[in-house]
Design a protein around this ligand. Structure first.
Ligand SMILES: Nc1ncnc2c1ncn2[C@@H]1O[C@H](COP(=O)(O)OP(=O)(O)O)[C@@H](O)[C@H]1O
Ligand code: SF4
Ligand SMILES: [Mg+2]
Length: 391
């Protein structure tokens, strides 16, 4: 159907990649499925019961609530306004795709949740971040240490930054387990072996060092470390960007499977809409440190509202016409040390009017699940080209 054309295209791009490695991925998945199921059950059994449940109160509805977050980097050269009034909520078991160009503030947002923004020069200026109802801004450093790894774990783009070259991978997984759970060294070693199997690595290889592993294997080790303590929230910051496309599909496959088994909530940070189509329930499009469109996968892919989101879709390769020219978004993202008064996308937007430059567009809900920050939506005649084409 014409209406589904763009969604289908995006899905096919993702499927194309996935197909190329389907066999390899299936083999890997089959090998680990049995071990994973067993270990997942064990870990679920031993996972701590949330304090709120212990004293009979209902658990908070959201695992994460970010409210009006502002983060700046005060450098010698400039005051960089990296995050500018960001809101994001995430339910238990839900995966949100945080999508935007380099410099949009994705990593800064992720680091803020863990209170790991490098300070100096980074400063969380205002806003609140609640993990399971607890405002992390108000916690002591000791309490934050508890949350990191235990409640919230993060996977970085480059696995080498997360692994220590002088310890074996088994030691590194066991160390995380010992830090966050009350167990003996033997128990931690045993569980580290289980976690390796969960991500499709034979437990005997736990005695090897990171340099003996390929890029994809290293990233699986990082995933094993991140999931070792069964976090409630996993933040994956471009987890497959540094990997070959074939390995990417395998790693994503493993992450998806594990997330379902452990019912972990996840923020999937990426600039790749194909990955979003494959892994996410909801999508948050970020531009200049603010969410400019948010909705379910269907909302954002089929009923695109923001001109920037449209631009992201238009710049995807057209798999039906491989020779078709890409339509990149013109210009560059605005300078975060010199943000305009009005819409930060105005200089690049095909629909810009004078009104857009007067004030920052407000968040406008068009349904219970879908909002956009764009002044043009005050004009009843406004419609994106993409929506016109799709009827
Ligand atoms: N340590 C830092 N010092 C100064 N500026 C920084 C630092 N880290 C990030 N920034 C700036 O903050 C903005 C947002 O960066 P970042 O959060 O890394 O975006 P993304 O992950 O979307 O690429 C960018 O302009 C970037 O240059
Ligand atoms: S507010 Fe105006 S400039 Fe900004 S995205 Fe909407 S139409 Fe474009
Ligand atoms: Mg980043």
């Amino acid at each position: 159907m014409e209406e589904n054309k763009v969604l289908d295209e995006v899905k096919e791009v993702a499927e194309d990649t996935a197909k190329e490695v389907k066999d390899a991925a299936e083999n890997a998945a089959a090998e680990v499925a049995e071990a994973a199921e067993k270990t997942a059950e064990e870990i679920k059994d031993t996972a701590d019961v949330p304090a709120s449940e212990q004293d009979g109160k209902a658990a908070p509805e959201y695992v994460l609530e970010i409210d009006d977050l502002y983060v700046e980097y005060d450098t010698e050269d400039a005051l960089v306004k990296a995050v500018n009034g960001l809101n994001l909520k995430l339910r238990h078991g839900e995966t949100v795709g945080l999508v935007g160009e380099t410099g949009a503030g994705k990593t800064t947002t992720a680091l803020s949740i863990l209170r790991l923004v490098p300070d100096p020069p980074g400063v969380i200026k205002s806003g609140s971040i609640k993990v399971e109802g607890q405002n992390v801004m108000e916690l002591s450093e000791a309490a934050m240490q508890e949350i990191r790894g235990n409640d919230v774990a993060m996977i970085f783009q480059d696995p080498m930054t997360a692994l220590n070259p002088v310890f074996t991978v088994g030691e590194q997984i066991a160390e995380t387990i010992r830090l966050h759970t009350d167990c003996t060294k033997d128990e931690a070693d045993e569980k580290a072996g289980d976690m390796l199997e969960v991500v499709g690595i034979p437990r005997a290889r736990g005695n090897e060092f990171p340099h003996q592993f390929s890029g994809g294997m290293k990233q699986r080790v990082v995933i094993a470390i991140a999931l070792a303590c069964n976090p409630k929230l996993l933040i994956a910051d471009e987890p497959t960007t540094a990997l070959d496309v074939t390995i990417q599909a395998q790693v994503l496959d493993i992450m998806r499977g594990l997330k379902d088994q452990f019912n972990t909530s996840m923020i999937m940070i990426t600039h790749d809409l194909g990955i979003v189509a494959e892994t996410c329930d909801s999508v948050a499009i970020i531009y200049a440190g603010r969410i400019v469109e948010y909705g379910t996968l269907v909302d954002v892919f089929k009923h695109t509202l923001h001109p920037y989101t449209e631009g992201l879709f238009n710049s995807l390769p057209n798999i039906h016409n491989r020779t078709a020219k890409l339509k990149p978004i013109k210009g560059l993202m605005c300078d975060p040390s010199n943000l305009p008064v009005g819409c930060p996308f105005a200089d690049r937007c095909n629909y810009v009017t004078d009104a857009c430059k007067e004030k920052l567009p407000e968040q406008r809900y068009v349904s219970d699940t879908h909002y956009v920050c764009c002044t043009a939506y005050d004009d009843p005649n406004f419609r994106l080209e993409r929506s016109k084409e799709n009827g």
